[in-house]
Design a protein around this ligand. Structure first.
Ligand code: IMP
Ligand code: MG
Length: 205
């Protein structure tokens, strides 16, 4: 996770949020995503996987990942919101935008930005498995060290990360910082915890 030593990252402040500490550099991310794409290309040789991205956080990862997969892939997206008001997900998930495609008989790869508690993932897996795909695997860019899901369902993962709230490369705090090319730790200038958009009712992950 070494960052480019030639250019120290500029601290980035938007409102009361500051994202100055780079956890994963843009170069490291690109290399890791390429490696994941190569792994998927080898594992799915002869098949046409369907990538299912969870909006909004996974959009950037999914876009780079898809270009690193040397197979005919198809795409679909879903958007979920979890009930609750903090950065912790409650596990009670509502589908805000459902898939357009039929999963029956398809080799589905669920693409997620970050598995935190894993409650969202557990819900989504159950939901997608009920649609009878030929196979269902999970590809998550980031996975918390203290997640609470069965390790065996995490087929493809980019990095294990600590519990700090992270932004960039699709991840947001309050809809900010999604366009950063790297992943950073965000600090908030008050006593309040950062409000992840996914933590609020009616907002998409
Ligand atoms: P889980 O249900 O606790 O695993 O929460 C998963 C979702 O919460 C992720 O898909 C993200 O949308 C969001 N999330 C969790 N941690 C972070 C973070 O550090 N930054 C931004 N979003 C996060
Ligand atoms: Mg998400």
């Amino acid at each position: 996770m070494a960052s480019d030593s030639s250019a120290a990252p500029d601290p980035l402040t938007v409102g009361r949020y500051t994202a100055s500490t780079v956890l994963v550099s843009a170069d490291d991310l690109q290399a890791r995503v390429r490696a994941l794409g190569e792994e998927i290309t080898a594992d799915y040789a002869g098949r046409e996987p369907l990538l299912v991205g969870v909006l909004k956080g996974a959009f950037m990862f999914m876009s780079d990942l898809a270009r690193a997969i040397d197979l005919p892939v198809e795409f679909d997206f879903m958007a979920v919101s979890s009930y609750g008001h903090s950065t912790r997900s409650s596990g009670v998930v509502r589908i805000v935008k459902d898939l357009d495609l039929d999963l029956a008989g398809r080799d589905v790869i669920l693409v997620e930005d970050i598995i935190d508690s894993g409650l969202t993932l557990n819900y989504l897996r159950r939901n997608l498995l009920a649609r009878n795909p030929a196979s269902l695997e999970v590809c998550a860019l980031l996975v918390r060290e203290n997640h609470k899901v069965d390790e065996s369902i995490l087929r493809y993962e980019g990095y294990r990360v600590p519990s700090d709230f992270l932004v960039g490369y699709g991840l947001d705090v309050d809809e900010k910082f999604r366009n950063l090319p790297d992943v950073r730790i965000v600090k908030v200038a008050s006593d309040e915890a950062p409000q992840g958009s996914e933590g609020e009712v009616e907002s998409a992950a």
